[in-house]
Ligand binder design. Structure first.
Ligand code: BG6
Length: 508
C-alpha cells in the first residue's frame, strides 16, 4: 500500500549519472511531480553525482530546464520549484574515486543529525552498465548500503549485455547487497496500461475463460518508435534493438499477457508467476534462429517531405555498423495454457509512428453459419491493448450492418483512458520511484527474471554475431521494417496487424 509523504521515512536519494539525459528528462521531473502529489517523504534530500564539475546552483538550473521541458504538468511553478530545489545538491567526482563516497557519507551523516533520524537511502544507478558494480562496491566500502532495511539500489537497464555478463553483474552486486535491496527497473512496468493488463485479466471474470490456446490463435506485441536513435549512437550501437527493447520491455509485457493468476498482489507471488512464463518460453535452437528471428537496420527515408538519415549516418554510429534497429521474434510458451500459440514480438526505430500495443487474436468461429455474401469481410475477434499513445483497449466484434439484407461488418468496442478517467496519468518513472520509496518491489525485476530473459535472447544474439547481415540497411526510415518480418508471419499464414496511428485517427 502506497504511503503518503507524512508516513514515509526521511530519505536521501542519490543519483549516479546525474548530469545525464535520464536524470534530466525523466528522474527529476518524476521526483518533482511526486512532490506535487505529496508522495515524497516530508524530509527528503536529492544528491546528484556525476563526473562533470558543476556548482549546486548550475545543477539546479539545469534540472529546472528539464522539468520545464519534460514534466507532464508543463513548466515548474517558481515557488514550488524553489522549495523542491532547496533539497537538491550536487557532488562531482570520478566513480572510482574513494573521496566522492566519503563526501557522500559525510553528507548523509549531516542530514541524519539535522533530521534526528537515520534516513532511508535510495541509490539510483543511472550510469553506463559497466559502472554499476564498481559503484556498489564503493558504496559498501563506506558502509552506506549495509542496512538492508534502509538502503535500496535501483539499477537501470540494460542489465548486462548477455547472459554471461548479467550473471556476472548479479554476482558482483550480491557481494555487497542483499537481493531485497536491488531494484532492477524496467520502466514499461510502471506504465499504467501495462499494469492494467493485470487488472483486465484478473479483475474481470469475462476474459480468463477464453485466455488460452482453445480461443486464442496468436498474440502480437509491437513497440514501434518514430524517432531514430536521437543522440544515443554511442550507447545504441553497442546494444541494438534486441537488447535495448525485446530482452526487457517486450518480454515483460509478454509475461503479463501469459502469466497465471497470482494468488495475491504480493511482489514474490507476481514474480514467481512471471518466472513461470519465462521458464516455459521455448528455447530457440541455434540453427533455427533465422526461422524465429528477424533483424533490420533503417536506411535513409522520407517523412513529410523531410529526408531522414540512415542509421549508419547517425552521430556516434560507425560507418559499416551491423547493429540492428529493428528486431522481431516468434516465441512459444510451452505450457498447458499456451501450447502451440505463437507470440510475435517486434520493435523498431524509425517506424511510421510511435505505437505500442498488444494484439490478442482469437480463433475464427468453428462453423460458418452465414452465407458468403454476408460474411465476405468476416474477421476473427481481436482484442487490442493499446499501451501508448491513445491508451485504451479495443475489442473488435462482428455486427450486422443496418439494412434489409444480412451483411456482417467488423465494429469496435472501445475503452479509452482519457475519456474514462479525466485525470492525467503519472509517468512510469513516478509510479516506480514511488514504489522504491515504499520499498515495494512488485514492479521490479528479480535476478531470476533477468537471467531467464537473457537465456531466451542469447542464442539469437550469438547467431547474429556469428553471421553478420549481408543486406543492411534493409528497411527505409518511416516504414514497418524489413520484408523478412512480413515473411515471419506469412510463413504461418498470418499478418502483422497494422496499428492505427494518431494521424490515421485524425486526432493529432
Ligand atoms: C528505453 C530504450 O528503454 O525505452 C529506448 O532504451 C526507447 O531506446 C525507450 O526509446 C522507449 O520508451 P518509451 O517509454 O518512450 O516508450
Amino acid at each position: 500500500m502506497a504511503r503518503s509523504s507524512r508516513q514515509l521515512d526521511p530519505t536521501v536519494v542519490v543519483i549516479f549519472g546525474a548530469s545525464g539525459d535520464l536524470a534530466w528528462r525523466k528522474l527529476i521531473p518524476a521526483l518533482y511531480n511526486l512532490g506535487l502529489d505529496r508522495r515524497l517523504p516530508e524530509k527528503v534530500a536529492i544528491v546528484g553525482i556525476a563526473r562533470s564539475a558543476m556548482a549546486d546552483d548550475a545543477f539546479r538550473a539545469h534540472l529546472r530546464e528539464g522539468v520545464d521541458r519534460f514534466s507532464r504538468r508543463g513548466k515548474a511553478d517558481p515557488a514550488t520549484w524553489d522549495t523542491f530545489a532547496a533539497n537538491v545538491s550536487y557532488l562531482s567526482g570520478e566513480y572510482g574515486e574513494a573521496g566522492v563516497y566519503e563526501r557522500l557519507a559525510q553528507r548523509v551523516a549531516e542530514l541524519e543529525k539535522a533530521w534526528g533520524a537515520a534516513p532511508d537511502l535510495l541509490f539510483y544507478m543511472s550510469t553506463p552498465p559497466t559502472l554499476v558494480a564498481p559503484v556498489a562496491e564503493r558504496l559498501a566500502a563506506v558502509r552506506l548500503t549495509q542496512d538492508v532495511e534502509r538502503a535500496r539500489v535501483v539499477v537501470e537497464k540494460p542489465f548486462g549485455r548477455d547472459l554471461e555478463s548479467a550473471l556476472e553483474l548479479n554476482r558482483a552486486l550480491w557481494r555487497h547487497l542483499d537481493e531485497r535491496q536491488i531494484f532492477r527497473i524496467d520502466h514499461f512496468l510502471g506504465k499504467e496500461t501495462v499494469q492494467n493488463i493485470l487488472a483486465l485479466r484478473f479483475a474481470n471474470s469475462l476474459f480468463e475463460p477464453v485466455w488460452n490456446r482453445r480461443y486464442i490463435d496468436h498474440v502480437q506485441i509491437t513497440v514501434a518508435e518514430q524517432v531514430g536513435i536521437e543522440n544515443r549512437g554511442g550507447y545504441y550501437d553497442k546494444f541494438g534493438a534486441l537488447r535495448d527493447m525485446i530482452q526487457n520491455h517486450l518480454v515483460q509485457v509478454l509475461c503479463f499477457v501469459a502469466m497465471e493468476c497470482p494468488v495475491s498482489f504480493d511482489a514474490q507471488e507476481i514474480r514467481s508467476k512471471k518466472v513461470d512464463v519465462l521458464r516455459a518460453l521455448r528455447p530457440i535452437p541455434p540453427e533455427r534462429v533465422p526461422h524465429y528471428a528477424v533483424r533490420g537496420q533503417y536506411g535513409a527515408g522520407w517523412l513529410r517531405g523531410e529526408k531522414l538519415p540512415a542509421y549508419r549516418a547517425e552521430a556516434g554510429v560507425p560507418e559499416g555498423s551491423n547493429t540492428e534497429t529493428f528486431a522481431a521474434l516468434k516465441l512459444y510458451v510451452d505450457n498447458w495454457r499456451w501450447n502451440g500459440v505463437p507470440f510475435y514480438l517486434r520493435t523498431g526505430k524509425r517506424m511510421p509512428g510511435r505505437v505500442s500495443e498488444v494484439v490478442v487474436q482469437f480463433h475464427e468461429v468453428p462453423h460458418q453459419t452465414f452465407p458468403p455474401s454476408a460474411s465476405a469481410d468476416l474477421q476473427p475477434n481481436r482484442l487490442v491493448i493499446r499501451i501508448q499513445p491513445n491508451e485504451g483497449i479495443t475489442l473488435s466484434l462482428q455486427a450486422k450492418e443496418p439494412g434489409t439484407v444480412m451483411r456482417l461488418r467488423t465494429v469496435d468496442m472501445r475503452f479509452c483512458y482519457a475519456e474514462a478517467f479525466k485525470t492525467s496519468q503519472p509517468e512510469a518513472y513516478e509510479t516506480l520511484l514511488a514504489d522504491v520509496f515504499n520499498d515495494d518491489a512488485t514492479s521490479f525485476i528479480h535476478a531470476d527474471q533477468v537471467e531467464a530473459a537473457w537465456r531466451i535472447v542469447t542464442p539469437v544474439l550469438d547467431y547474429w554475431e556469428a553471421n553478420p547481415p549481408t543486406d543492411f540497411p534493409n528497411y527505409p526510415a518511416n516504414s514497418w521494417g524489413p520484408e523478412a518480418a512480413t515473411s515471419l508471419l506469412a510463413r504461418d499464414e498470418r499478418n502483422w496487424s497494422v496499428p492505427l496511428l494518431r494521424d490515421d485517427a485524425g486526432d493529432d
